[in-house]
Design a binder for this molecule. Structure first.
Ligand code: PBG
Ligand code: ZN
Length: 330
C-alpha cells in the first residue's frame, strides 16, 4: 500500500465539496439580539465601549426591532435603564416601567418578534447589585429570598405587559421555581423561562455595565455569580434550574466557556443557549478597528465555535451582521 494511506485532504479539495461536508451550520433562527432601552424620545445613544451598539428610547427601539425582524432574527432580549434607581429597585415591576412600556410597544410594532426580557435588579438598584442588600455580622450581603420575591413581581409585570419569555439573570437560588409558580398562579403557564443557569463572575461584562449603567457601586458579584474556575458546579446549577422548571438553560459567557456548553449539551436534553457577552464583542471590535483581526472572519469563527460546542441558541450583539452574512450565503 502506497503512503499515505488516508488522504483527508480529498474532502477539502473544492469549495462545493467543503460546503457539502460542513458539519456545523449557522442559521438566523438561532440568534437572539440583546438591546438596551431607556425612557425618553428619539434616543439613539452610541455605547462607547461597544461600537455599533446603542441605547434606544421606546420609539427608536420599536423602529430598530422592525429592522431586526426584517432580517429574520426571531428574538430580542431587552434590558431596561429606569428613570430612577433606589436601594430596592422600585421601578423594576411597575406597569409603566421602561421595559413594560417597551414590550407592549414592540408587540404592536412587530407581533411576530419573540420579546424576551432580562429579569434582574442590577439595572434598578442604586448600588448596582443584582439583589437586595442587607447587613450580616457587620458585612453587607445580598439577601437571596427577599430578592426572589421582587424578581417574581418583575417577571410577572413583564409578562403582563406582553413579554413572550422571561430570562432571570440574577443567580439567586430558587428563583426559577418561584418565577414559574408566580407565572402559573397568574395564568401564564404557557410563558417559557430561559434561565441564566451557569452564569460566571466574568470580567467580560464590563462594557455591558456601561451600556446598562449598572456597575456595582461597591464589592463585586462573586457571592452570587459562579467562580470562573468551576465546571462541575455549572452542571449542578443547570440541574437545579431544569428541576425548577426552566425551559431553556443558558451558559454565560460563551466563548471562554465552550467546555461548559459542551458538558451541558452532553448531559441535558433541553435547548441550550449561550451568551456571547459584551466584552467578547468589544474585544473583537477593538482588534478589528486596529486592523489586527478580520472582523467578519473572526465573528463567524467565534459564533461557529459556540455552535460547535453545542449551543442551540446564541445571544449575540453581532446578530444583525450574522443575519446579513447568512442571507448573503456567508
Ligand atoms: C445583569 C446582566 C449582566 C449581563 C446580562 N445580564 C451583567 C452582570 O451580571 O453584571 C451581561 C451581558 C453582557 O456582558 O453582554 N444581571
Ligand atoms: Zn443583575
Amino acid at each position: 500500500m502506497a503512503f499515505p494511506q488516508h488522504r483527508l485532504r480529498r474532502l477539502r479539495s473544492n469549495p462545493t465539496l467543503r460546503r457539502m461536508v460542513r458539519q456545523t451550520r449557522l442559521s438566523v433562527d438561532q440568534l437572539i439580539f440583546p438591546m438596551f432601552v431607556r425612557p425618553g424620545n428619539h434616543i439613539h445613544n452610541p455605547i462607547k465601549s461597544m461600537p455599533g451598539q446603542f441605547q434606544y428610547s421606546i420609539d427608536t427601539l420599536a423602529h430598530e426591532c422592525k429592522e431586526v425582524a426584517d432580517l429574520g432574527i426571531p428574538a430580542v432580549l431587552l434590558f431596561g435603564i429606569p428613570e430612577e434607581k433606589d436601594a430596592v429597585g422600585s421601578q423594576s415591576a411597575r406597569p409603566d416601567g421602561v421595559i413594560q412600556k417597551a414590550v407592549s410597544r414592540i408587540k404592536v410594532a412587530c407581533p411576530e418578534l419573540m420579546v424576551i426580557t432580562d429579569v434582574c435588579l442590577c439595572e434598578y438598584t442604586d448600588h448596582g447589585h443584582c439583589g437586595l442588600i442587607t447587613e450580616r455580622g457587620g458585612n453587607w450581603v445580598v439577601d437571596n429570598d427577599a430578592t426572589v420575591q421582587l424578581l417574581v413581581d418583575q417577571a410577572l409585570s413583564h409578562v403582563q405587559a406582553g413579554a413572550d419569555m422571561v430570562a432571570p439573570s440574577d443567580m439567586m437560588d430558587g428563583r426559577v421555581a418561584a418565577i414559574r409558580y408566580g407565572l402559573d398562579q397568574a395564568g401564564f403557564h404557557h410563558v417559557p423561562i430561559m434561565s441564566y443557569a451557569a452564569k460566571y463572575a466574568s470580567s467580560y461584562y464590563g462594557p455591558f455595565r456601561e451600556a446598562a449603567e449598572s456597575p456595582p457601586k461597591f464589592g463585586d458579584r462573586q457571592s452570587y455569580q459562579m467562580d470562573i474556575a468551576n465546571s462541575d458546579e455549572a452542571l449542578r446549577e443547570v440541574a437545579v434550574d431544569v428541576e425548577e422548571g426552566a425551559d431553556i438553560v443558558m451558559v454565560k459567557p460563551a466563548l471562554h466557556y465552550l467546555d461548559i456548553i459542551w458538558r451541558v449539551r452532553q448531559r441535558f436534553s433541553l435547548p441550550v443557549a449561550a451568551y456571547h457577552v459584551s466584552g467578547e464583542y468589544s474585544a473583537i471590535k477593538a482588534a478589528a478597528a486596529r486592523g489586527w483581526l478580520d472582523e467578519k472572519a473572526g465573528v463567524l469563527e467565534s459564533t461557529l465555535a459556540i455552535r460547535r460546542a453545542g449551543a442551540d441558541l446564541i445571544l449575540t450583539y453581532f446578530a444583525k451582521d450574522l443575519a446579513q452574512w447568512i442571507r448573503e450565503g456567508l
